[in-house]
Design a protein around this ligand. Structure first.
Ligand SMILES: *[C@@H]1O[C@H](CO)[C@@H](O)[C@H](O)[C@H]1NC(C)=O
Ligand SMILES: *[C@@H]1O[C@H](CO)[C@@H](O)[C@H](O)[C@H]1NC(C)=O
Ligand SMILES: *[C@@H]1O[C@H](CO)[C@@H](O)[C@H](O)[C@H]1NC(C)=O
Ligand SMILES: *[C@@H]1O[C@H](CO)[C@@H](O)[C@H](O)[C@H]1NC(C)=O
Ligand SMILES: *[C@@H]1O[C@H](CO)[C@@H](O)[C@H](O)[C@H]1NC(C)=O
Ligand SMILES: *[C@@H]1O[C@H](CO)[C@@H](O)[C@H](O)[C@H]1NC(C)=O
Ligand SMILES: *[C@@H]1O[C@H](CO)[C@@H](O)[C@H](O)[C@H]1NC(C)=O
Ligand SMILES: *[C@@H]1O[C@H](CO)[C@@H](O)[C@H](O)[C@H]1NC(C)=O
Ligand SMILES: *[C@@H]1O[C@H](CO)[C@@H](O)[C@H](O)[C@H]1NC(C)=O
Ligand SMILES: *[C@@H]1O[C@H](CO)[C@@H](O)[C@H](O)[C@H]1NC(C)=O
Ligand SMILES: *[C@@H]1O[C@H](CO)[C@@H](O)[C@H](O)[C@H]1NC(C)=O
Ligand SMILES: *[C@@H]1O[C@H](CO)[C@@H](O)[C@H](O)[C@H]1NC(C)=O
Ligand SMILES: [Cu+2]
Length: 443
């Protein structure tokens, strides 16, 4: 995601870590090369009775799936056929020794301009599971996103029984209006951006919205099988609870790392996160259909889209059954309340690495990081719509993000890779206050 960007000093630390890990795994690396072409083009899409012209990859919404194996090289040629500049970010891919292929516009590269193309070139190293890709400039990621499936190396099994089928489940947000106008307005006024009109599952809002019954994603399953749901939260800003009526799932992976499996009725997933869960279907043909629903977890003061998206889990109809699918009862899951912090905390505390994590144990430097959403004064001659006429501004250690003047790819191209990032980012907040208490009034 592009919402929070690591400060320079962390980037440098991450790079050194990355180099170390690369040398560890380099010896075993021997994958193939996979080629993809992404044509950035416009497509008309209708949801909630609103038709809009949106930016897509290859005319598809959500976009195409990238499938690779750990150790493979991936070459994606992105061709820009539209009037907007664009870049694509490979969310979660570690980009060991290929940082310039990461994608955030103006950070790792200048965007791909109209009529131009760029070939992203990277290897997936030491990661297995689900990741995803999305546009990384302004708010084009609201429609330009898709899954990255990273399979284990050839001959390496999953640390669990091979699922019968694997299905991507991607959460997103639908805006009836133009999302570029929404973010432009928010940046101008300094207020919170307008919220979405619906959440989506695989691009569909589902039957709980008006004028949406036909725009419902349906997963047809066979009884007594294990399905792996590759879940991605591609929503712009919202953490989401997700649950399937009358079914428990087993969480086995998060952000392309295996976790100690645990069962749960409800998962919580933040924007940008991915997780694989195993869904074991009931042992016999079911006499009901089941809704899968997602809606946010939110505790901030700002407004947010508090609606619920739904998809349908439907058992294949038994040939001898006297039931007609249309006549079956539709069961809904129970989701925690929108502000259920107790559930959120207890869910998050269940994550444990399956394998012993390989991390440095000797600590050289300690950094104190505060991350917050504060305000900055309204510029002169402006009207601002943040709290008390200010502008919202996110910060790390009281420093807000500013784009670098040289992108990483530029620096790499001109052989100036050692001068882009400074290492003077404060390792302590510049102004201390009680970060968990009542915030000070700086306006
Ligand atoms: C979208 O619809 C408009 C209005 O019908 C049409 O002019 C335009 O060509 C369509 N765009 C695409 C990409 O199909
Ligand atoms: C596209 O990117 C170029 C290079 O960064 C920039 O000069 C230009 O203004 C951008 N165009 C638009 C429409 O944003
Ligand atoms: C991709 O990067 C690798 C490693 O730097 C390089 O050997 C290869 O030639 C590149 N391929 C393309 C098509 O740019
Ligand atoms: C945001 O919402 C407000 C209030 O509903 C509306 O007036 C404004 O036009 C919206 N802005 C955009 C860019 O959609
Ligand atoms: C659907 O439309 C009805 C009538 O216009 C309205 O009362 C209701 O709130 C709408 N429901 C949703 C989920 O938007
Ligand atoms: C769904 O779950 C409820 C409560 O666990 C149970 O009473 C009901 O029989 C289940 N229905 C089906 C169709 O599985
Ligand atoms: C569906 O099957 C369950 C368990 O076999 C039973 O308890 C329930 O009453 C049935 N529901 C319907 C609507 O037939
Ligand atoms: C959702 O938000 C709207 C507008 O802020 C509010 O009227 C409504 O009661 C909320 N619904 C729920 C379920 O919280
Ligand atoms: C959660 O929201 C409900 C009503 O929507 C409210 O009564 C309750 O106090 C809230 N709980 C917390 C912990 O904020
Ligand atoms: C701000 O407004 C004043 C008075 O209207 C004007 O003289 C000045 O040029 C404006 N400054 C900018 C930066 O627009
Ligand atoms: C809002 O700004 C006014 C005038 O600058 C100030 O008196 C007031 O305390 C501020 N209120 C808050 C909640 O910051
Ligand atoms: C910060 O504020 C919280 C909440 O009021 C309080 O529990 C905590 O003791 C404070 N910490 C310090 C260091 O003052
Ligand atoms: Cu991302």
């Amino acid at each position: 995601m592009g919402r929070f960007v690591l400060p320079p000093s962390t980037l440098i630390t991450a790079l050194f870590l990355a180099l170390n890990m690369f040398s560890l795994v380099h010896a075993q690396q021997s994958g193939i090369t996979r080629h993809y072409t992404f044509n950035i083009m416009l497509q008309n899409v209708t949801r909630l009775c609103h038709t809009k012209t949106m930016v897509t990859v290859n005319g598809r919404f959500p976009g195409p799936k990238i499938i690779t194996r750990e150790g493979d090289r991936v070459l994606i040629k992105v061709v820009n056929h539209i009037s907007n500049n664009i870049s694509i970010h490979w969310h979660g891919v570690r980009q060991l020794r290929s940082g310039w292929a990461d994608g955030p516009a103006y950070v790792t590269q200048c965007p791909i301009q109209t009529g131009q193309s760029y070939v992203y070139n990277f290897t997936v190293v030491g990661q297995t599971g689900t990741l995803w890709w999305h546009a990384h400039i302004s708010w084009l990621r609201s429609t330009v996103y898709g899954p990255i499936v990273v399979l284990p190396k050839l001959g390496v099994p999953y640390p669990f029984k091979k699922p019968y089928k694997e299905v991507p489940i991607i959460f997103g947000e639908w805006f009836n209006g133009d999302t570029e106008a929404v973010i432009r307005q928010a940046l101008q006024t300094g207020g919170g951006p307008n919220v979405s009109d619906a959440y989506t599952i695989n691009g569909f809002p589902g039957p709980l919205y008006n004028c949406s019954t036909r725009d419902t994603y349906k997963l047809k399953v066979k009884p007594g099988e294990i399905y792996m749901l590759r879940i991605i939260n591609a929503a712009l800003n919202d953490e989401l609870f997700f649950s399937i009526a009358n079914h428990t799932v087993k969480v086995v992976e998060a952000d392309a790392v295996y976790v100690k499996p645990f069962d749960t009725d409800v998962i919580l997933i933040a924007p940008g996160q991915t997780t694989n869960v195993l869904l074991e279907t009931h042992s016999s043909y079911s006499n009901a259909t089941f809704l899968m629903e997602a809606r946010p977890y939110a505790t901030g003061l700002g407004t947010f889209d508090n609606t619920t998206t739904a998809a349908i889990l439907e058992y294949d109809h038994h040939p001898n059954s006297r039931y007609h699918i249309k006549q079956l009862p539709l069961l809904r899951p129970e989701l925690p309340s929108l502000n259920d912090t107790a559930y959120a905390t207890s869910f998050v505390s269940k994550f444990r690495s399956l394998n012993k994590p390989q991390v440095p144990v000797h600590v050289d430097n300690r950094f104190f990081f505060t991350i917050g959403l504060g305000t900055i004064p309204c510029p002169k001659n402006h009207t601002c719509q943040g709290p008390n006429g200010t502008k919202f501004a996110a910060s790390v250690n009281n420093v807000s993000f500013a784009l670098p003047t040289t992108a990483l790819l530029q620096a790499h191209f001109f052989g100036k890779s050692d001068r882009v990032y400074a290492s003077d980012f404060p390792i302590n907040p510049l102004h201390w206050f009680n970060y968990t208490g009542t915030p000070p009034n700086n306006t």
